[in-house]
Write a protein that binds this ligand. Structure first.
Ligand code: SAH
Length: 372
């Protein structure tokens, strides 16, 4: 490499977005492509990648592992649910767990993952740990996809202030040939295919240097059932769980029930409101009032178009407004939440005031006026 050319670049190489963000974005893109449900991040450090991944709607289980409990604990509160998660529980379930332990040891809590990420981890491993790492990740955990990133030592000459390694805790940094030969041998041993890529492009004219961060994406060649995962492996736990958050989800009956009750009352209130304002238009003409037929169109602005045809009309009788449950069920949000009419009836039983035959939500106008 031309020395002057090299020196010129050492002054100006600065990645935008920063390289760690590009690595995390690479993982996010991979998640969007493969849609894994269970993701484990090994060497998760301050949990910043896990935090980014918790917003990926396909993920239901997220786990982090690090040998340093203190670095994990620094920002782990970011992984806790927020008030809005309780106010509007998501349809998916999500559990986030952090474990303290080493990638050189097997623990059953690491079984059953679809994607395992090891971002800038392997260069921190002692020789003895690096030797055990493939058996733990590819042999024991055996997820369908593994992504490993590590510095490309060939790029170091272009980086300012790098003497031996990029970080004082690095035990080694590999050239492209060294990383690829290790990855190919690992893939061969454990029946995975592997492809190489990276983030942090070299400057124009210096493409031979390769990416600043080299990345290997391994894909398991053989299928694996969840039964075989659990049955054949030793079950002694060695990691310590330091954090666990179970996000509120509509898959949990208690949150579903709350959401359905709220939505049923909201829907019934909108319908009642439309009904009452229409009735006002008819003034005191009781003959016309009795013929009064509200149009479903007037509710649809607020509630969406009914997804079930043939709903029943709401009506006013004396001081009572009746909004049939069948009508409420016909609107998209209630319909999607409950799935079946029977489920709707079951979830609101005893929680919402109904007509004596249980077929309609009932409001007493006089009582409401008094309360107001
Ligand atoms: N993955 C992070 C950065 C990792 S830095 C990111 O994407 O930003 C490397 C991390 O690996 C450190 O937090 C270090 O504590 C952890 N580590 C080192 N040796 C380990 C081991 N044997 N098992 C698990 N984690 C280890």
């Amino acid at each position: 490499m031309d020395k002057n050319f090299q020196e010129e670049f050492t002054q100006i190489i600065k990645f935008e977005p920063p390289l760690y963000k590009q690595r995390h974005q690479f993982v996010k893109d991979l998640v969007e492509k493969y849609k894994p449900k269970k993701v484990a991040d090994l060497g998760c450090a301050d949990c910043s990648l896990l935090w980014m991944l918790k917003f990926c709607s396909c993920i239901e289980v997220l786990a982090g592992l690090d040998i340093s409990a203190s670095v994990m604990k620094e920002k782990m509160h970011m992984l806790s649910p927020l008030p809005v998660d309780y106010l509007q529980p998501s349809e998916r379930s999500l559990t986030v767990t952090l474990h303290h332990g080493s990638v050189a040891h097997k623990d059953p809590c690491m079984l059953g993952f679809d994607l395992v990420t090891c971002i800038e981890l392997i260069e921190h491993l002692e020789e003895s740990e690096l030797k055990k790492f493939p058996e733990v990740v590819f042999g024991f955990m055996a997820p369908s996809i593994v992504v490993i990133s590590t510095p490309n030592s060939e790029f170091n000459s272009l980086l300012p202030r790098v003497m031996l390694y990029r970080h004082p805790d690095h035990k080694f940094e590999w050239s492209q040939a060294q990383f690829q030969s290790w990855a190919l041998e690992t893939a061969r041993c454990y029946d995975y295919s592997v492809e190489f890529t990276g983030v942090g492009h070299p400057p124009a004219g210096m493409e031979k240097v390769g990416f600043c961060t080299q990345i290997a994406v391994f894909v398991r060649k053989y299928p694996q059932t969840s039964e075989s995962v659990q049955s054949e492996k030793p079950m002694e736990a060695v990691y310590k769980t330091v954090f666990k958050a179970v996000y509120p989800s509509l898959k949990d009956e208690k949150y579903l029930q709350n959401a359905v009750i709220n939505e049923v009352i909201f829907t019934a209130q909108i319908i009642k409101h439309c009904l009452m304002s229409k009735r006002e238009e008819y003034g005191d003409d009781s003959e016309r009032k009795s013929k009064f037929q509200p149009s479903m169109d007037c509710f649809s602005d607020y509630l969406g178009k009914p997804v079930v045809e043939k709903n029943m009309e709401p009506f006013i009788s004396g001081n009572e407004v009746y909004v049939p449950l069948k009508t409420i069920f016909s609107f998209p949000k209630v319909n999607r939440l409950c799935g079946t009419f029977e489920k709707l009836c079951k979830l609101i039983a005893g929680k919402v005031t109904l007509s004596s035959d249980g077929s309609a939500v009932m409001f007493n106008i006089e009582q409401e006026n008094e309360e107001n």
